[in-house]
Design a protein around this ligand. Structure first.
Ligand code: DC
Length: 224
């Protein structure tokens, strides 16, 4: 059986995971958050006392790492480091930075590639990340590049962090977003960029519901 795949790429805070989760529910596809996989590897590097930006420190750790991904009874994607469920731990801001740093290392990207592709071999998937349409699933049936201005993304992320009780301010969140954008787009290995055949959707001036409807319509057109 040939499974369908939908690739959603874009910068941090563009709303990829929120949109992809809703789309997955609507279409009955499996949602795969590939950022969570890089985050788990970033957390492992931090736990091992390695500098996440240093290839010579991270590469020798790869044979020791056991990353697993499983879908819980809640239907959510859980990440495991060894036997430990790190689903919540990988959302800490220092892990976001570590993930962005380890993800620039080519050996890390090669190490995680099959794990991502295997999911699409056995499921209809909506996968979000930075290089899904360009590298992981270049043959995806639908491709979206989801974007919004850095200010709009920072505003949304700031509101989300406040709601979760994280003590921060808008300027710090905006600076973090800009730094991550620069790292994710500026790296040599699989940089963030729009696939030629991806459809761009900019949500700067749209509400969540408007963005979702726009995305759903675009994906349905591509799948048809
Ligand atoms: O989507 P996210 O913010 O959870 O991703 C965390 C980091 O992982 C992000 O800064 C870049 C990296 N990443 C990547 O390089 N390629 C992917 N397919 C997904 C994430």
């Amino acid at each position: 059986m040939k499974y369908k795949s939908i690739a959603i790429d874009g910068p941090s805070g563009a709303g990829k995971s929120t949109m992809a989760k809703k789309l997955a529910e609507e279409l009955g596809f499996l949602y795969v958050d590939t950022g969570a996989i890089y985050r788990t590897l970033g957390l492992f590097a931090l736990n091992m006392g390695a500098d996440p930006a240093a290839e010579e420190e991270v590469k020798p750790l790869l044979p020791q790492i056991s990353i697993k991904m499983a879908y819980g009874e809640d239907g959510l994607q859980h990440m495991y480091l060894g036997e430990k469920d790190v689903t919540l731990a990988i959302r800490q801001p220092e892990v976001s930075t570590a993930a962005s740093k380890v993800s620039a290392i080519p050996a890390v990207r090669a190490f995680l590639l099959d794990m991502q592709r295997d999911m699409a071999k056995t499921n209809n998937v909506i996968m979000d990340g930075r290089d899904i349409g360009t590298v992981v699933l270049p043959q995806a049936d639908a491709k979206i590049f989801l974007d919004a201005s850095a200010e709009a993304r920072a505003q949304r992320r700031y509101a989300e962090l406040l709601e979760r009780g994280v003590d921060t301010d808008y300027e710090t969140v905006l600076r973090d977003i800009r730094e991550r954008d620069a790292r994710d787009t500026g790296r040599a290995a699989a940089p963030l960029r729009k696939a030629e055949d991806a459809v761009s959707v900019d949500t700067t001036n749209y509400s969540l519901e408007e963005s979702f409807q726009l995305l759903l319509q675009t994906v349905r057109e591509q799948l048809a």
